[in-house]
Unconditional design. Structure first.
Length: 340
């Protein structure tokens, strides 16, 4: 009698070329199953072997398992990239180059059983069969182990078939466009500014009528245009780059483009004046609210080059600054934005 029904497996795997190349092997023979079990030292769950007869490893379309209190990937679910094949030839097979022995020997995962599925964290968390309670011949529970949290072990499901039946598409956890827009507007309308932005606003003083209102207006216009808060090569993004450079210049003078775009995450000075400490938050030790969460450096480099080529940014004896005409024009525009 089969453990899984067609409904249990419907839409489980995707058909990506990457999945077939890196995860999938031919259906295992009884001899291969026995060899893998002998080498790993554990009996594989019957449901895992049955699934391998249908599809032996692969990346998943139904790739999320709902959870409560397990904070490895998200607050309400964990994500699965792919299931390991029973075999040794695919990169992500049980005995493959990045299989269970490798993850335990090289990444330090605990000796509680078998690593059988990976996550989008690129090795920093992994799903395991946990044999601690049942012994090496018993029915293992499914757990996730978080390397980033001192190899914390979190229970996911009592057995493999429950795990597979509980997987759902990622779409079930995505916000609606309306919810996403509301959250993004909350970010730009109420999110706290980084220390550098706050210092720059204070240093500019009365030059800008209401610098905070100006910056939030630019952010709000970006969100309403794109549906989310991100800076690219559009007009409002370029205005935000200019605003940040104006704040930066109120604190110091850039000796070069790289001085302004300093992106050294090892810089011990938390509030060192540089662009990555202003809007992107991925480099700061204490995240702030008004943030894109990251950045694409090339967009800002292009903005800088355009400003220099047009004469908007000029080289002075101390370094690079806006020309007086450009700064006056920018301030006038930003003061209009403060009233929008």
């Amino acid at each position: 009698m089969s453990i899984f029904t067609k409904a249990d497996l419907a839409g489980l795997f995707d058909d990506s070329e990457y999945g077939f190349e890196k995860y999938t092997e031919a259906a295992p023979t009884d001899e291969l199953v026995a060899e893998v079990e002998a080498e790993l030292g554990y009996r594989l769950p019957a449901a895992y072997v049955e699934l391998a007869r249908v599809r032996n490893g692969g990346t998943l379309e139904r790739n999320c398992f709902p959870t409560a209190g397990v904070r490895v990937w998200a607050e309400d679910h964990v994500a699965v990239t792919g299931l390991y094949a029973i075999g040794r030839t695919a990169t992500w097979s049980l005995l493959g180059d990045l299989g269970s022995p490798f993850m335990q020997a090289e990444w330090g995962y605990p000796d509680i059983g078998i690593c059988f599925a990976d996550t989008p964290t690129a090795g920093h968390s992994v799903f395991m069969f946990d044999y601690r309670e049942c012994g090496p011949r018993g029915e293992p529970a499914v757990v996730i182990v978080d390397q980033e949290d001192d190899y914390r072990i979190s229970f996911i499901a009592p057995d493999f078939q429950t795990f597979i039946r509980g997987l759902v598409p990622e779409a079930e956890f995505l916000d609606s466009p309306e919810e996403t827009l509301a959250e993004e507007l909350e970010t730009v309308e109420k999110g706290s500014f980084s220390p550098i932005v706050q210092r720059g606003i204070a240093a500019l003083g009365p030059v800008l009528t209401d610098a905070e209102a100006t910056i939030r207006t630019i952010g709000r216009r970006i969100v309403r245009e794109k549906g989310f808060f991100a800076l690219h090569a559009d007009g409002e993004s370029n205005l935000m780059y200019s605003t940040m450079f104006l704040l930066y210049s109120a604190l110091t003078t850039a000796t070069s483009m790289d001085d302004f775009l300093d992106e050294d995450p090892e810089d011990p000075t938390y509030d060192h004046p540089c662009y990555v400490m202003m809007i992107p938050s991925s480099y700061v030790r204490e995240p702030y609210g008004f943030s894109t969460g990251g950045w694409a450096r090339d967009f800002v480099v292009d903005w800088w080059n355009q400003q220099v080529e047009s004469g908007a940014i000029v080289e002075t004896a101390r370094g690079y600054r806006f020309s007086p005409e450009t700064e006056r024009s920018l301030v006038r525009l930003l003061n209009v934005y403060a009233m929008l």
